[in-house]
Ligand binder design. Sequence first.
Ligand SMILES: NC(=O)c1ccc[n+]([C@@H]2O[C@H](COP(=O)([O-])OP(=O)(O)OC[C@H]3O[C@@H](n4cnc5c(N)ncnc54)[C@H](O)[C@@H]3O)[C@@H](O)[C@H]2O)c1
Length: 338
Amino acid sequence: MKSNILITGGLGYIGSHLYIALAKKGLSPVIVDDLSRSHLNVLRNLEKIINNKVFFYKAKVQEKKKIASIIEKHSIDSVFHLAGFKSIEESTKHPLEYYDNNINTTLSLLDTIKGSNCNKIIFSSSASVYGETSSKPVKETDKLRPLNTYAQTKVICEKIIENMCGLNQSIKFANLRYFNPAGAHESGIIGEHAKEISNNLFPVITNLAKKSGHELSIYGSDYDTPDGTPIRDYIHVMDLVEGHIKALNYISENKKSITINLGTGKGISVLEVINSYNQFAETKLNYVFKERRPGDAECCFADTSLANELINWSAKRNLEQIWNSIFKWNREYPNGYD
Ligand SMILES: NC(=O)c1ccc[n+]([C@@H]2O[C@H](COP(=O)([O-])OP(=O)(O)OC[C@H]3O[C@@H](n4cnc5c(N)ncnc54)[C@H](O)[C@@H]3O)[C@@H](O)[C@H]2O)c1
């Protein structure tokens, strides 16, 4: 694959891992990030891993002139659009900020690329678009019933991309519905570093385990699941980013757009994740059951058959490999980058 790639939000959790996977394929993507949710140490560590310089621009995706000149200068033909805010909880407290940032980055980017030679866009969507679904597992054709503002922003962006590429057939898209990314790169020097407090289960567990006497809150013990706790589909971040590269190959070679799930296809409950941590760390975490949180789905795991069939991709890594990589990352950076 020969592509000149731009990654928006490339210093974030998933973007930095995607960068490494692309660099491993001999590519030199360009990163744009405004550092609103990331840290410059990520840039230094990416350079350590690839032993080379990374093209990085500190900019907001909404700065159209700046982005247009980056696209032109680097002859960008494909963009991975990851920049955005991602906390469900924060989105319910600050909905307008979420609509503003997540939708305007997408609108601005589409407006910028339409006048350029960039004709492929790969968008970070989310399994949260399905919301409360009775399908187990969930398929791409299932009805979207977003339960919170963050998920709404993803549904809206998917629709805008689909509509705009439908009207301008020269641009192809891949809307990638991520399930629950977890884990870190094998180097141990990049991982899930959140500037804001992370609500993702794995960092919540490891952060809590560092403090003695604290209890993990499990929101809901009466869901209609085997142990009563919610079920999700946890995917190793390196599997997830490998799926991005296959998706780009697919839309480049077939000149077709796609919307696909990127998950493992396996549902795991919150209690099962805690038990796997206890086993792995040879410990026993304290937890307490609390009321269900509004906006949380009961059970959501992926039907991955479309991704298998179209892009010839499936997740390879297991829960133990996720914990292994997180432990390595936590040994290197016990307090994140700060
Ligand atoms: N991590 C998850 O659990 C998850 C799940 C599903 C979907 N996603 C989506 O994947 C994408 C990447 O997620 P992540 O976990 O890497 O998040 P992250 O917060 O680590 O990374 C996002 C990056 O985008 C940057 N950014 C935000 N707004 C920007 C703007 N206007 N201009 C330029 N840069 C901007 C931030 O500084 C950050 O580096 C997001 O769109 C997120 O919604 C993430």
